[in-house]
Design a protein. Structure first.
Length: 202
């Protein structure tokens, strides 16, 4: 993997997540701090991808796998939050057919993005989920392209964080994201709701 390590100083007043994770190897109960800090966020990501029915199972499986694999966590490769998104994306990958079926259903039931309001679609995707023709366009992407696009659009990860989460080269993130956006734009007749979401991230 290329790029700078994704470790950073923790926010003021917050204990370093990677230190908590390391200490949980000796004191397993400390993993509860990681769970408390990120469960709601990972649950929300799973819900927007697979719907609320599957979200609790996906989030629970994510943290179970994280707990079991915490000894393999490498702080030099990714922040804990990014690492958790990578695990969640792998768990979601086991539900690919369900995700595509759900997106197709939202395409049939949802509205059509208004080409005149494309600048607001990013916020709608994040706040309301994937609907209408946008959901159908995303359903038509390959799994890898969809993962990259939705980690950027729904989880607000930078290119570097996506590379770490998915364990793919930094350059692959850009090529997948560009391809996904092009296909979505074409499917929506030229509207580009997935505009440069990573501005200020990469």
């Amino acid at each position: 993997m290329t790029g700078e390590p994704l470790t950073a100083d923790p926010p003021m007043g917050r204990v370093d997540d990677s230190a908590v994770l390391r200490s949980s190897l000796r004191e397993p109960e400390r993993f509860g701090e990681i769970f408390d800090a990120y469960f709601a966020e990972i649950h929300g990501y799973a819900a927007r991808r697979l719907g609320p029915d599957a979200a609790a199972d996906v989030a629970s499986q994510t943290f179970l796998e994280a707990f079991r694999g915490r000894g393999r966590y490498d702080a030099s490769r990714a922040a804990v939050r990014t690492w958790l998104y990578g695990i969640a994306t792998n768990v979601i990958g086991k539900h690919r057919r369900a995700e595509v079926r759900g997106l197709r259903a939202r395409e049939r039931l949802g509205g059509v993005p208004d080409a005149g309001h494309a600048e607001r679609v990013d916020e709608q995707v994040s706040a309301q989920g994937l609907r209408g023709r946008l959901a159908g366009a995303i359903a038509g992407l390959s799994g890898g392209d969809r993962d990259v696009l939705l980690l950027v659009a729904l989880a607000d990860l930078s290119h570097q964080e996506v590379a770490a989460a998915l364990d793919i080269p930094y350059g692959t993130v850009g090529s997948r994201l560009n391809r996904a956006r092009r296909k979505v734009r074409e499917a929506l007749g030229g509207t580009n709701p997935m505009r440069d979401l990573e501005d200020g991230h990469g």
